[in-house]
Design a protein around this ligand. Structure first.
Ligand code: DAK
Length: 266
C-alpha cells in the first residue's frame, strides 16, 4: 500500500501487519504517523463493515530491530502550545478508540523499545506479545509532561493503580520479563519468534466464527467499563444475539457432525 510514508502495510495469511517504519527516529510517533495510522485503521474498519473477511487480525510492530516505538516524536512536540498538544493528544486517543472498536483482535508485537506513546500504542492494542529484547516505560515525566495517549488510564487498568503510578512518576524502563510478571504483556518470546507467534495467533483466530470473535472483543472491552451486573447483561445479550447467526448453527452442527466448521461470518 504505497499511500503511506511512515507505515509499511502487508497482508500475510489472515493477518494485516502494520509496521511503524521510521527506524532512524526509533519509530517515534509524529503527527504524520498518527494520521496515517488513523487512515490505515479506518480503511480496514470500513472493509470489515462491508463484510470483507480476508483480514482476521492485526499485528502492529516497529521497523528495524531496535524499537517498537520509542515514544511520541519529541522534535515534533518541543514547540507545541497547549492547543497543538490538545489536538495531538486527541488524535492519538482517536487511534486508540479505533483499535478498540475494530471487529478483529489487534496484537502489539513489541520488538524493542516501547516508551511513552509507544507503550501507549501497545496498550491500545488488545494484547501484547513481546520479544525478550523489549523494554517498556512511560518516561514522559523526564520531559516535563505526562502520558498523553491514554497511558495513565490504560496502564493502570492493565497493571493496577500502584504499578502504573510507579512507572509514570519514575520514568523507569522495565524489561520484558518484568512486564510479563506484572501483566503488561501476555507472552514473551525470542526475538526471531515474535512475528511467527503473532501470525500463529491470528491463524488460530481465523478458524473461529468471525461474528463471535468480534462480539467477544466488544463485550470484554465494553464490559470492563461497566458495573458487573450491567456487564453480565451485556454478555447475555451478545450471547443470545449470536443465536440469530448462521455461524452459531454451523459451529454447533459441525461439532455434532465431528467435522470442521466453515464459518461465513453471517
Ligand atoms: N522522539 C524523537 N526522536 C527520537 C525519540 C523520540 N521519542 N526516541 C529516539 N529518537 C531518535 C534520537 O533522537 C536519535 O536520533 P539521531 O540523534 O540519530 O538523529 C535516534 O532516534 C536514535 O536514538 P538514540 O541515539 O537516543 O538511541 P539510544 O539507543 O542511545 O537510546 C532510547 C534509545 C530509546 C533509550 C533513547 O532514544 C530515548 O530515551 N528516547 C526517548 C524516549 C522517550 O523519552 N520517549 C517518550 C517520548 S514522550 C501528549 C501526547 C503524547 C505524549 C505526551 C503528551 N499530548 C500531546 C498531551 C507522549 C509523550 C511521549 O511519548
Amino acid at each position: 500500500m504505497a499511500e503511506f510514508e511512515t507505515l509499511k502495510i502487508e497482508d500475510r495469511g489472515a493477518a494485516r501487519i502494520i509496521t511503524v517504519d521510521r527506524p532512524k527516529a526509533l519509530n517515534a510517533l509524529n503527527p504524520q504517523v498518527i494520521a496515517e495510522l488513523s487512515r490505515a485503521i479506518e480503511a480496514l474498519s470500513q472493509a470489515l463493515e462491508a463484510g470483507d473477511r480476508s483480514v482476521r487480525g492485526v499485528i502492529i510492530t516497529g521497523g528495524g530491530d531496535k524499537a517498537f516505538v520509542a515514544g511520541a516524536d519529541i522534535a515534533a512536540m518541543v514547540d507545541m502550545d497547549r492547543d497543538a498538544a490538545m489536538t495531538f493528544a486527541s488524535q492519538g486517543h482517536a487511534v486508540g478508540e479505533m483499535l478498540a472498536n475494530l471487529g478483529v483482535p489487534v496484537i502489539a508485537a513489541v520488538n524493542g523499545f516501547a516508551l511513552g506513546g509507544g507503550c501507549e500504542l501497545a496498550l491500545a492494542c488488545d494484547f501484547i506479545i513481546a520479544s525478550e529484547k523489549a523494554k517498556f516505560g512511560q518516561p514522559e515525566v523526564k520531559l516535563g509532561v505526562i502520558p498523553g495517549f491514554g497511558g495513565t488510564q490504560r496502564l493502570s487498568r492493565r497493571v493496577g493503580v500502584a504499578r502504573a503510578i510507579e512507572l509514570c512518576v519514575s520514568g523507569e524502563m522495565i524489561r520484558a520479563d518484568e512486564a510479563l510478571r506484572i501483566g503488561l504483556v501476555n507472552r514473551v518470546v525470542a526475538p526471531e519468534a515474535l512475528l511467527d507467534t503473532c501470525l500463529g495467533i491470528v491463524a488460530t483466530v481465523a478458524q473461529m466464527g468471525p461474528l463471535a470473535v468480534a462480539e467477544a472483543k466488544r463485550v470484554v472491552h465494553q464490559g470492563a467499563e461497566l458495573p458487573l451486573a450491567a456487564a453480565n447483561q451485556l454478555e447475555v445479550e451478545a450471547f443470545a444475539g449470536l443465536f440469530d447467526s448462521a455461524d452459531q448453527s454451523e459451529g454447533m452442527r459441525a461439532f455434532l457432525d465431528k467435522r470442521s466448521a466453515e464459518f461465513e461470518g453471517e
